[in-house]
Design a protein around this ligand. Structure first.
Ligand SMILES: [Zn+2]
Length: 301
């Protein structure tokens, strides 16, 4: 594998390759960009290259072999456990990072979804970012940069990831996964391959959501609530579905439907505050129905 096998973000590829070829390696990087555009894949490939002992001779390289066998002693990944990265995980890392590398000349840590670190964990990590061992490189990935402390961000070199061009997503899905995605779904993927794949898998759900939004202005309240059945059924996925609704509502370019985005946002908050699930959805549909149908009632006056 090399960066060339990863789709999109050519600038990032060039930058990371240059970093390695000129040996300008820093102690901390922040890979920032929306979910599903390959930040973690880039981080892993960058890590492999940083650890490599032979410069691209992957087969003869002890480090690359260990890396690919998932038993490299100088490589670690830290991920959220139950949705957050806890201070204990960072403390463990801090103890480990002080031990010198074994196989490679460097040690690399990737902190995936670093914005899920608790405040305590972030403050704790700060100590390592301020005084990292000279052989250590820490790569943080995030899709929500605003949730990271400024003091953390200021100590990392930021690498920005751009959404992937539609044509590249289309090619990738077709060639690598034998998936032919409708143009419309590719537009809704917002430049994220993961999202495009998910959209395909969940096409049926999302088609029902499309239908709900399309028909809500053309039915009475009871029919609208019936049409919203999919929302009542998909409790597990509801936050993703609501995000998707926002995208669809936004793309309609109709004022009344744009106004509905506020109700979707309200619903997200209510659900996160663990209000009664069915009631939250009832409110959402009623509010949307009223917002959209006001247009028609005004018209009929
Ligand atoms: Zn190697």
């Amino acid at each position: 594998m090399s960066f060339n096998n990863i789709v999109g973000n050519e600038n990032v590829k060039a930058f990371l390759d240059k970093t390695i070829s000129e040996n300008h390696i820093l102690h901390s990087y922040l890979f920032s960009g929306i979910d599903g555009i390959g930040k973690t894949i880039f981080a892993r490939e960058f890590a492999r290259k940083l650890l490599c002992l032979e410069k691209e001779e992957e087969e003869n390289c002890l480090s690359c072999q260990k890396y690919h066998n998932h038993n490299h002693p100088d490589f670690y990944e830290i991920k959220p456990e139950n949705n957050s990265i806890k201070i204990e995980q960072i403390r463990q890392m801090q103890e480990k990072i002080l031990e010198k590398p074994i196989t490679s000349k460097r040690k690399v840590y990737i902190i995936i979804d670093s914005d899920t670190m608790t405040k305590e964990a972030q403050n704790c990590l700060l100590k390592t970012l301020e005084e990292p061992p000279e052989y250590a490189t820490i790569i943080l990935t995030t899709a929500n940069e605003s949730k990271l402390l400024n003091t953390i961000k200021s100590r990392c070199m930021k690498v920005s990831f751009e959404p992937i061009e539609k044509i590249k997503i289309e090619e990738y899905l077709k060639n690598q996964m034998q998936i032919e995605l409708k143009e419309e779904l590719i537009s809704k993927s917002e430049g994220s391959i993961d999202k495009a794949i998910k959209l395909q898998e969940e096409k049926e759900i999302y088609e029902k959501v499309d239908e709900l939004i399309e028909k809500i202005g053309k039915q009475d309240k009871i029919a609208a609530l019936k049409q919203a059945k999919i929302l009542y059924e998909q409790k597990e996925k509801i936050l993703e579905i609501l995000e998707y609704m926002n995208v669809v509502l936004y793309h309609t370019k109709e004022k009344e439907k744009w106004n509905c985005i506020q109700y979707v946002e309200q619903t997200k908050k209510r659900l996160l505050a663990s209000s009664n699930y069915d009631m939250c959805i009832d409110y959402l549909i009623m509010n949307m129905w009223e917002e959209i149908n006001e247009k028609y009632s005004r018209r009929s006056i």
